[in-house]
Design a binder for this molecule. Sequence first.
Ligand SMILES: *[C@@H]1O[C@H](CO)[C@@H](O)[C@H](O)[C@H]1NC(C)=O
Length: 314
Amino acid sequence: MTGRNQTVVSDFILLGLPIRPEQQNLFYVLFLAMYLTTVLGNLLIIVLIRLDSHLHTPMYMLLSNLSFSDLCFSSVTMPKLLQNMQSQVPSIPYAGCLTQMYFFLFFADLESFLLVAMAYDRFVAICFPLHYTTIMSPKLCLSLVVFSWVLTTFHAMLHTLLMARLCFCENNVIPHFFCDMSALLKLSCSDTQINELVILIIGGLILVIPFLLIIMSYARIISSILRVPSARGIRKAFSTCGSHLTVVLLFYGTIFVLYLVPSSNNSTVKETVMAMMYTVVTPMLNPFIYSLRNKDMKGALLRVFSKRKIPFYL
Ligand SMILES: *[C@@H]1O[C@H](CO)[C@@H](O)[C@H](O)[C@H]1NC(C)=O
């Protein structure tokens, strides 16, 4: 590629967020606080589930995986955003940009597959309560996780390799706060038809199939609750599924609004704000949505911390 008669881009400039200079510091503090909350909240969930043996069930194993994925997902974009907000030239090397894109896709997909696995877990728990332990065995749970990792590895690799084929000429300014795939495609001076086709077909499948599977699981759950309505059963089902559904709606809602609602050319601000929603806000809220409403998690918190305190009293 360097043999061609073109200047080849070695660095990209990330324009960042559409924030006025005088508000830069305010937002810096805000994003730093959000990022720290995300890291600490998700770490707390992972540690609690690891330490408390009551939580060694498929549902909590998957939740722990989701927390890990959230933690990594926001770590792909946030540290670089925070660093760029403080630097004069907010640049990122070409290789760094592709790496960021790879891990961004990887953890976004992983999140999506884990949400499917969690919906399936709830479906089995509510529709086949007597067979739950035999169907959702630790082996199946592990297979679902491994399958998600393998599939996301290939999907992220495919898009990254296709992107690596493209040439980038003079224009190296990305109007975004991370190396977003569609922003990069707009900058390229090669033919991007194949990339767009692959994004449309495979990306669509990777987004739509998990979403449909989740909707199907919850539809079955709701219909099975309504068939034998009892106040206690309904409350129990909604307390476990309500938090899952909130997360699903947050995650897919923003992505669908972002990609499916038609936008004018001048919509960089809207795109950046929506991207902010699912890269920063969703991973930050997930731990709170799960643990604040959940008696098991609160119990675990008490058990783990009181266990740690006992030696001091002895
Ligand atoms: C993810 O789930 C698997 C399968 O249940 C489990 O063995 C593993 O420890 C989990 N990983 C994390 C980070 O929680």
